[in-house]
Design a protein around this ligand. Structure first.
Ligand SMILES: Nc1ncnc2c1ncn2[C@@H]1O[C@H](COP(=O)(O)OP(=O)(O)OP(=O)(O)O)[C@@H](O)[C@H]1O
Ligand SMILES: [Mg+2]
Length: 382
């Protein structure tokens, strides 16, 4: 699939004054027949931002991207690119480029010609083509491979050719739909750093779709977490990770202990059925008795000797049921007497050695500090 790149902005519109966002969505909605797959959505993406859309399969990520590119017509709402409304404006007239979920290179063309293709179609002067293609290949560190055919490249190298092709026309916005999906874990990690470096170097707004939370956390300036056509939360990677707005977000980003219960705003305590009350720092506004979730990251949970106490901490008796060694950390499973199983992550080191010496089935105390836990709504945000 060849990317679409057009440099010229929409003809006949006044240039934006002041810093307009690269992308502005207002009430953007998409239904297929009776099936609404993107709920009315408002979103501003800043110039040069690395913005990720993260969500499970089928939540509407590609549909949202296709509306921004113009491949899909919104059911309602508006899209502005760099301050210009692009309602009814064809894809090729939008100053953007999309790298699709499944891309393909031309097998009979060299790396150089694959990257040059769109520029040739647009009859860009030869000198300029050469300058731009060489710069793009340098950016993806493939200068030495210009004469190779795609068949003689590794998967990661082919991916880089596709990236070079997506940025060679210097569009204002590049949309990337799960571009690393086909690569193995090691290559994915390498490419994540490369992509971030590249985006910084070229100063293009990136809108990046993924269902891999680690990928989103690694690369993004901001992340929108999406579920069933709705944005659940928008924030920086640390905001999303440390202060998830809902149970869905907490469970989707990183691993998290999610404990059902009810909270009493008057006493500032959270009651876990069958376990008892634990202190928490903050309780969201909710009618008394509303189901809430206490979220604690495994790396915040400490495993102490039976009966041990720490200043101001939560302490719950538990049985160590399982330990899993992951190289840089140990994950242990801890069964509270009510049957709730929590996990704790202990980085390799002294604490892990002590844990390793503890037998399965041993009685321990599970502990965390109230400030390391968060009470969040159990239901999804409306
Ligand atoms: N042309 C279409 N006609 C009808 N339904 C569609 C169409 N395109 C997408 N859908 C539906 O819209 C929903 C969202 O699809 P979309 O491709 O946007 O999901 P996604 O988040 O990109 O998922 P994935 O991570 O699997 O790529 C799905 O339920 C899908 O079946
Ligand atoms: Mg998709």
């Amino acid at each position: 699939m060849s990317p679409m790149t057009i440099d010229s902005p929409v003809a006949g519109t006044a240039p934006a004054t002041g810093p307009a966002p690269a992308v502005r969505l207002r009430g953007l909605t998409k239904s297929f027949g009776a099936n609404r797959v993107v709920d009315p959505l408002d979103l501003d993406i800043a110039q040069n931002e690395f913005f990720s859309i993260l969500g499970p399969s089928g939540c509407g990520k590609t549909t949202l991207m296709r509306m921004i590119t113009g491949f899909e017509t919104p059911t309602a709402g508006s899209i502005e690119l760099d301050g210009r409304n692009v309602d009814g404006v064809a894809t090729r007239q939008r100053d953007l480029n999309m790298l699709f979920q499944s891309y393909a290179l031309f097998p009979h063309l060299s790396v150089y010609e694959n990257v040059a293709f769109e520029l040739r179609v647009r009859r860009t002067p030869k000198r300029e083509i050469d300058d731009r293609v060489r710069a793009a290949l340098e950016l993806v560190r493939l200068s030495a491979f210009a004469d190779r055919k795609p068949a003689a490249l590794s998967g990661g190298q082919r991916q880089r050719v596709a990236l070079a092709r997506a940025v060679v026309g210097r569009p204002a916005v590049v949309l990337l739909d799960e571009p690393l999906g086909a690569l193995d874990q090691k290559l994915r990690k390498e490419m994540q750093f490369e992509l971030k470096r590249m985006q910084r170097e070229v100063g293009i707004t990136f809108i990046y779709v993924t269902h891999d939370q680690e990928e989103a956390l690694t690369m993004s300036d901001r992340i929108a977490v999406m579920s069933e056509g709705r944005i659940q939360q928008i924030g920086t990677p640390t905001e999303i990770y440390d202060t998830p707005a809902s149970r869905f977000v907490a469970g989707f980003i990183g691993s998290c202990n999610l404990i059902d219960g009810v909270a009493d705003a008057a006493t500032g305590r959270f009651t876990i059925p069958g376990v008892g009350e634990v202190p928490v720092d903050e309780i969201p506004d909710a009618a008394p008795g509303t189901p809430l979730t206490l979220a604690v990251r495994p790396e915040r949970v400490r495993v102490l000797p039976d009966g041990a106490r720490t200043e101001g901490g939560v302490h719950l008796p538990a049985t160590l049921t399982q330990r899993v060694f992951l190289g840089d950390e140990w994950i242990s499973h801890l069964a509270l007497d009510s049957g709730i199983v929590l996990s704790a992550s202990v980085p390799s080191g002294d604490a892990a050695r002590a844990l390793a010496a503890t037998a399965d089935g041993a009685r321990v105390t599970v502990s965390w500090h109230p400030s390391d836990s968060r009470v969040i709504p159990t239901g999804e945000l409306a």
